[in-house]
Ligand binder design. Structure first.
Ligand SMILES: [Zn+2]
Length: 430
């Protein structure tokens, strides 16, 4: 392949992904707007018109911001590649009187800083305009800024060593460096599965054991049936930042835990807490975290092998904006290949997002089925309806948009499945 051929392939992929993203966003806005006037029949008895219209407006506001961000991200990507942004940073670092490894580290940090600066205004607008307008925001500017600083420190402490190790292996581990980087990446992933719930998340929020009370009593039997240690049950002070409620399952081994947002707990009846917990335990019992980790391990091995090959081809560099006369030097700098790869890869993998979303929705259905066996489908349905209402989640997503992006099944389909499961289940013991 020649550099100009690869440029053409990249431009075509970028144009296609941009077109599909914008088309999906327009579809979502149009679909939600078209269904704004009335609550869908399946929810008419449970959710009021005002809440339904708030969800529609909130969904459309987020989509509109997403459209702007998609366009800006594409412009920044073009500026960094064909616009010569990355080539410029490469030139600066090349002239620095430091070891080659540190030139590459600086190059990657510079690219990360550009990405961070571009995303900041969108994060600010999301929190202080959209979330604020719909009554969800509880973050102060001070807390928002503190979070950014903490996030940076976490990235430096945890991410920087990984980058240094990867770059060192790329330059020193021979032709099979990508296998060694893969091993380092897997070790990092496992480490993060342990460190995220136990060390990183507590830097941002307070986690406390689920307090005693009717909800706790009710779920202790469930935990015993599912062989899950009660010390793995936490409440997080999500209300510090936002009114949104949620629950999630995270970690593995001794670090595994189920986390409830205090905002959610405050809204749910004890049997609904039990049902949500049963759903989260379903993710644990059915090994969903392990399966996702296994898939990402396979994919990352493929991507690293691809990077190893691309790094040896001059068209990969020249096709993404490195000047022809600098390609030979760029090919001696693993950081340049890595930076170009990180920038270009999402343009090509975007078409895979429906597969990842489909896989996630499969797990959600499985966890719902588990919950309907170990708690009740009716209680989970009630809990989900409260979650949809409190989070202003749209009940009427565009089907294609949903199939492309949504990690959770659309509300109507999910509730219909739960109702079918509930109808077939044996009557619960009194
Ligand atoms: Zn789930």
């Amino acid at each position: 392949m020649t550099a100009s051929q690869f440029s053409a392939v990249f431009v075509a992929a970028l144009a296609l992904s941009l077109f599909v993203r914008l088309w999906l966003a327009r579809r979502q806005i149009a679909h939600v707007a078209a269904h704004r006037a009335a609550v869908p029949a399946a929810f008419a008895a449970r959710i009021g018109l005002a809440a339904h219209q708030k969800a529609a407006d909130y969904t459309m506001a987020k989509q509109r911001l997403g459209i702007v961000e998609t366009v800006v991200d594409a412009i920044v990507l073009v500026a960094l590649t064909f616009g010569g942004g990355l080539a410029l940073v490469f030139g600066w670092t090349e002239r620095m009187d430091i070891a080659p490894l540190w030139r590459d580290v600086l190059l990657l940090i510079a690219i990360a800083i550009v990405g961070g600066i571009v995303s900041l205004p969108f994060s600010w607008w999301h929190t202080f305009r959209i979330e604020e307008r719909f009554g969800f925001n509880r973050t102060t500017l001070k807390l928002w800024l503190t979070d950014i600083v903490k996030g940076l420190l976490v990235a430096i402490v945890l991410g920087l060593p990984l980058i240094v190790i990867a770059l060192w292996l790329m330059g020193n581990a021979g032709a099979l460096w990508w296998l060694w980087v893969w091993v380092a990446w897997l070790a990092f992933q496992v480490l993060m599965l342990v460190l995220f719930p136990t060390v990183v998340a507590p830097l941002f929020n307070k986690f406390s054991p689920l307090p005693a009370g009717p909800a706790r009593e009710r779920i202790e039997q469930l935990l015993a049936r599912c062989n899950f240690a009660a010390r793995g049950l936490f409440v997080v002070d999500g209300s510090r930042r936002s009114g949104h409620g949620n629950a999630y399952f995270t970690g593995f081994g001794r670090a595994r835990r189920v986390v409830f947002f205090d905002t959610l707990l405050a809204r749910l009846a004890p049997e609904e807490v039990e049902a949500v917990l049963a759903h989260e335990l379903g993710h644990f019992k059915l090994r969903h975290v392990a399966k996702r980790v296994a898939w990402s391990a396979v994919l990352s091995l493929g991507f690293l092998a691809l990077l190893a090959w691309l790094a040896t081809t001059s068209w990969f560099y020249a096709g993404l904006g490195i000047p022809a006369q600098a390609v030979d030097i760029a090919m001696t700098r693993p950081g340049v290949a890595l930076a170009l790869f990180i920038l270009a890869l999402p343009v090509f993998t975007f078409v895979l997002s429906p597969l990842s979303a489909l896989y996630s929705r499969k797990h959600e259905f499985e966890a719902d089925a588990f919950a309907s066996q170990n708690a009740t489908a009716a209680a989970l349905t009630q809990a989900l309806v409260k979650l949809y209402e409190d989070n202003a989640a749209t009940l009427t997503p565009d089907p294609i948009h949903s199939a492309f992006y949504d990690s959770h099944p659309p509300a109507a389909i999910r509730i219909a499945r739960l109702e079918a499961l509930g109808a077939h289940a044996a009557p619960a013991p009194a």
